[in-house]
Design a protein. Structure first.
Length: 134
């Protein structure tokens, strides 16, 4: 079971950068191609708000969109989904199951094996290298 994290809006604002707060707590989006600096070696992508494990490096791929993209989360319970009808379209929003941080969206145009593209704001993620990785 995912441990839930609850904080006040003031606590989130104090702990996060302005952009991370805007994206994760207010459902914003960062500009594309602003977070291509993540390591390429093995590791885990975590929620910048609460540290929950979200995605594995082995499931990351270059979608050409300018946002980090993954074929699947680390587990079925790592992220939640809900319908997003903003910007005059219907999309599936992805959020952290532990703290409800807005992460990005998932689309049905990804590569095998899942056919999904989890298009995630880089500012919503932190990266932990796997033990022993350079």
């Amino acid at each position: 079971m995912t441990q839930k994290t609850a904080k006040s809006d003031a606590e989130w604002r104090e702990e996060l950068s302005d952009l991370a707060y805007k994206v994760t707590r207010k459902h914003g989006t960062e500009r594309p191609f602003t977070h291509d600096d993540f390591p390429k070696g093995p590791g885990t992508y975590r929620c910048v708000c609460c540290g929950a494990s979200l995605f594995d490096q082995k499931d990351k791929f270059d979608s050409g969109t300018g946002w980090p993209s993954f074929t699947r989360p680390v587990s079925d319970k790592a992220v939640g989904e809900q319908t997003d009808r903003s910007l005059f379209m219907t999309r599936t929003e992805v959020h952290c199951s532990a703290c409800a941080a807005h992460l990005g969206h998932v689309f049905p145009d990804g590569p095998k094996p899942t056919g999904l593209r989890y298009c995630i704001n880089g500012v919503a993620l932190s990266f932990d290298k796997a033990d022993g990785a350079d």
